[in-house]
Each structure stands twice: as structure tokens, then as C-alpha cells.
Design a protein around this ligand. Sequence first.
Ligand code: AMP
Ligand code: ZN
Length: 114
Amino acid sequence: MSDCLFCRIIAGEIPATLVHQDERLVVVKDLNPQAPLHVLILPRRHIATLNDLTPDDDALVGSMFRRAAALAKDHGYHERGYRTVFNVNREAGQSVFHIHLHLLAGRALTWPPG
Ligand code: AMP
Ligand code: ZN
């Protein structure tokens, strides 16, 4: 989608710090990091919110979580701990309507989130 920020990052039209890419996913550093490690795991395909997933997306979503775990391990946080978050729609604070899994690590994360 030409008016989607993350589609434009994936297309290389807007710069971002790339952490990983493969045939299904692109991972970038969050522009406004909330922890020492804060990256966004994006599917290449535009999907607006989790509400738009279908059973055909099960493997895609599984690959997003497995990538988060792999990156946490790569950065040495897999035993200390890390958090994965999908914000969905207005009250959860979703600001970019292309699904993205936040991966946060490197500090003690409070619960519940605000
Ligand atoms: P959410 O609020 O869950 O929709 O998360 C959107 C995230 O995208 C926020 O954490 C922003 O800091 C991040 N963000 C916004 N613009 C950019 C950008 N150009 N590059 C990387 N991350 C961005
Ligand atoms: Zn998009």
C-alpha cells in the first residue's frame, strides 16, 4: 500500500535500520526505542491489524514469533527475558496500521503495561 509507512520502509522508499530480512519478514529498529533492544518484526505483505488475519496467515505469524525468539537469543536476552507485543487498534495504541511485532529487551519491563 503506497500510503502505508511500513510498506514504504519495506520497499526501501523510507530509510530504516535493517536488522533482518527474508522472503516473508523485514525487521527494523524502532525509531523511538523504549528499551535497549527494540525492534519491529514486519511481514512484507500488508495486513492492517490482527483482526485481518486468516488461517492462511498462521505460519506467517508463527514465523514472526520465532524470529523474535531468535533475535532475543542473538542479542543475549533469551535467558534474562524479553517482551513481544502486538498493539491492536486505538485503545491499545496502534499507530501504524500494518501489523508489527514489537520485541523489547535489555531492561526490567514492568507489568501491567500502561
Ligand atoms: P504501534 O504504536 O504499536 O503502532 O507501533 C508503531 C511503532 O513504529 C512505534 O514504536 C514507533 O516508534 C515506530 N515507528 C514510527 N515510525 C517509524 C520509522 N520511520 N521507522 C521505525 N520505526 C518507526
Ligand atoms: Zn503496509
